[in-house]
Design a protein around this ligand. Structure first.
Ligand SMILES: [Zn+2]
Length: 264
């Protein structure tokens, strides 16, 4: 998914040569977290990875265009999928593996002027806040988590859905339309079965969903009404908000991130 003609996109590390990265400061890095799992019958296994990678690339470009060095690191293609392992070729990595990998990435960035690392998440099973809570005391980098699908305005969708629903389908229709099954009649309805436990249904009790019990077509949320235009609007809004966050992080004093006066 490179830019038109395959030209390297600004700030996208895996596409750039050494001098382009060496010759300027990169106060903020983005680490996209994806997953490899079925997404209903119409979206690819790499949906989360494709979306996280693309949002990161667009955030980096937006920040660079306004003069702030934000680098998009290569996307991690595997996520935590411990309750989807009965679905063929779902690839799981454990939270403890993510922690070890993140620690190594953070240590690699520390000597090079990076002041903040944003974990740009696209997969609900990636519980990245716990990783940040464990790693933050070890590093001078400011660590933050952004779930990209929460950064745009959900009111664009009658029902955004949770997994391969309208929101995610619209985003892929915008970013990588060739990867969406062209026949809408073949898309699953994304109907999810509720928990048998009242507390889980109410939200005060939680357990990971046993995916094949919950979602017969692996989707949660009806994708039928999704459009590429909705996806374009939602992605643009999310990119603008995340870019503004990265620019603020680039300026922030780690000793004064909670202001005594209201932020201006
Ligand atoms: Zn997804």
């Amino acid at each position: 998914m490179t830019a038109e003609g395959g030209a390297p996109r600004p700030g996208v590390l895996e596409e750039q040569p050494w001098p382009a990265m060496r010759d300027r400061a990169w106060p903020v890095a983005l680490l996209p977290f994806g997953a490899t799992e079925p997404h209903n019958t119409h979206l690819p296994y790499g949906t989360d990875t494709v979306l996280a990678r693309e949002v990161a690339a667009r955030v980096a470009a937006a920040c660079l265009a306004r003069g702030t060095g934000v680098v998009a690191l290569p996307a991690l293609p595997f996520g935590v999928n411990t309750t989807q392992l009965d679905l063929p070729l779902t690839i799981n990595v454990m939270p403890s593996t993510q922690l070890a990998l993140l620690r190594d990435v953070v240590r690699s960035l520390e000597p090079h002027g990076v002041r903040a690392l944003v974990l740009l998440n696209a997969h609900g099973g990636n519980e990245l806040r716990a990783l940040v809570r464990e790693l933050q005391p070890e590093t001078p980098l400011v660590l933050a988590v952004v779930n990209w699908w929460q950064a745009g305005d959900h009111a664009l969708f009658a029902e955004p859905g949770d997994h391969a629903g309208a929101l995610e389908t619209a985003a892929v229709l915008h970013v990588a339309p060739g990867l969406v099954h062209p026949d809408r009649a073949a898309w699953g309805a994304g109907t999810a079965h509720p928990s048998v436990f009242a507390g889980v249904r109410a939200g005060w009790a939680w357990m990971p969903r046993r995916w094949t019990q919950v979602a017969p077509d692996t989707g949660v949320g009806n994708p039928a009404e999704a459009t590429a235009a909705q996806g374009a609007a939602f992605v643009a809004q999310a990119v603008a908000r995340i870019a503004a966050f990265c620019e603020a992080l680039a300026q922030a004093d780690p000793g004064r991130m909670w202001a005594p006066d209201p932020p201006g």
